[in-house]
Design a protein around this ligand. Structure first.
Ligand code: GMT
Length: 390
């Protein structure tokens, strides 16, 4: 049955915004009416699509405020949308502050507009629990908001377990893994682009890293692993993305004398072509609740060498669809990278197995119905976390 959904997410480059946006687009394609709510249009929203609309949250400034009042303006926007469009579900991606804003909106609606109280589902993505959410400055409110949600999902089993460890909550958390549009995310043929980056034979292999350059991504380790690989393979590193660690990464590249062999491409909307020309993807993060970037690489048949942390072992089968090592085992990561770059048979085997596992387990047509079924389940429950005052 078609539903009306408010999809609340961050617009900045990052996995949670990508997952929310791709889910919104997929649900609209399947006949639902989806209202994406954020401070700006999320970067992968794309052009007009029937059933999909975007609603910008404005947070007016006032000289007294030191910071924008986003929680209040977001809650108010959800209330307005629920009244206007009769939302069945508000789906908050990333608990902070979206689950809290959704809770507040639902309470306001329960008091003022009984017939338009949506059910609230919160999807936990990672650092909303592991880093920020468990910080004592936020944890009580985050835990309360998650518990007050009518439904809670986590993007990996590891994140579900971590949530129970980090916060005192008794919500039943459903694991629904991240997904991709497997028709878009595949290997495309772009030989001229590859030649351009290889500088007509000056380099032989392309190693790639894509992220939002936050400290957990440990970009300096990416550079160090690449430096070790470079001792044995004439490779070039493509660093794709923007974030607080970009300056540090550039400095590290310079200090390592790798200026010639590293290209920093900044933020890129379309990563499929860049992944399609890559031979290896590095993700030595200190934490990763899922690792959507690794999944995108695997979908394009690029073997991934990553840290054995968080949800990455649920995405990468060590030795079969990629290689996993302890986060500080930089030399082991470089060794795995060199093996993949110098053994064409191994490379082909891992590349094909990676693509196969994405097709079997992580395509939109497999995962989106899980969200739809969960929406139905939560909507159909007799009890809600909200008490409606008559
Ligand atoms: O942690 C972040 O940087 C936020 C978040 C995001 O918006 O990119 O990333 C998390 O959510 C992604 C989508 O579910 C996951 O693929 C990432 O693994 C996760 N990041 C971490 O756990 C560090």
């Amino acid at each position: 049955m078609a539903m009306t959904v408010g999809m609340v997410c961050y617009a900045s480059v990052g996995g949670s915004g990508i997952v929310a946006t791709e889910l919104a687009k997929a649900l609209a394609m399947r006949g639902h009416s989806v209202h994406v709510v954020s401070s700006e249009a999320p970067f992968r929203l794309g052009g007009y699509q029937a059933g999909l609309s975007f609603h910008r949250v404005h947070s007016p400034a006032y000289p007294l405020f030191r910071e924008p009042q986003y929680l209040l303006s977001l809650a108010t926007k959800i209330v307005q949308l629920a009244r206007e469009h009769h939302l069945d579900i508000v789906h908050a991606h990333y608990a902070i502050p979206h689950a809290t804003a959704a809770y507040l909106a639902r309470q306001i609606l329960a008091d003022t507009c009984h017939d338009t109280v949506p059910r609230v589902i919160t999807t936990l993505h990672g650092t909303d629990i592991t880093i920020v959410g468990s910080d004592a400055s936020y944890s009580e409110t985050v835990a309360f908001s998650i518990e007050q949600s009518d439904g809670v999902t986590a993007v990996s089993q590891s994140l579900k377990e971590e949530t129970y460890r980090a916060l005192e909550i008794d919500s039943d958390i459903r694991v629904i893994p991240n997904f991709l549009d497997c028709d878009t995310h595949r290997r495309v043929e772009v030989p001229e682009l590859r030649r351009r980056f290889l500088e007509n034979g000056r380099f032989e292999k392309l190693v790639t890293h894509i992220s939002n350059f936050r400290p957990v991504k440990r970009i300096e380790r990416v550079v160090e692993i690449f430096r070790l690989i470079r001792e044995r393979v004439p490779a070039k590193l493509l660093l794709i993305g923007e974030g607080p660690e970009v300056g540090g990464a550039a400095r590290r590249v310079h200090e390592a004398g790798l200026g010639d062999a590293v290209e920093m491409l900044g933020e890129q909307d379309e990563v499929v072509a860049l992944l399609s020309i890559s031979d290896l993807f590095l993700l030595p993060s200190s934490q990763e609740s899922f690792g959507l970037a690794a999944l995108e690489a695997m979908a394009s048949g690029v073997p991934v060498v990553a840290s054995r942390v968080g949800g990455l072992p649920e995405v990468i089968d060590d030795g079969l669809t990629g290689f996993l090592h302890p986060p500080d085992a930089l030399r082991a990561m470089a060794d795995s990278g060199v093996r993949l770059l110098t053994d064409p048979e191994l490379h082909q085997r891992v590349s094909r197995a990676a693509r196969r596992v994405v097709e079997r387990r992580f395509c939109a047509d497999r995962i989106v119905p899980l969200y739809e079924a969960y929406y139905e389940e939560v909507r159909g429950r007799k009890d809600s976390r909200v008490t409606i005052r008559q």
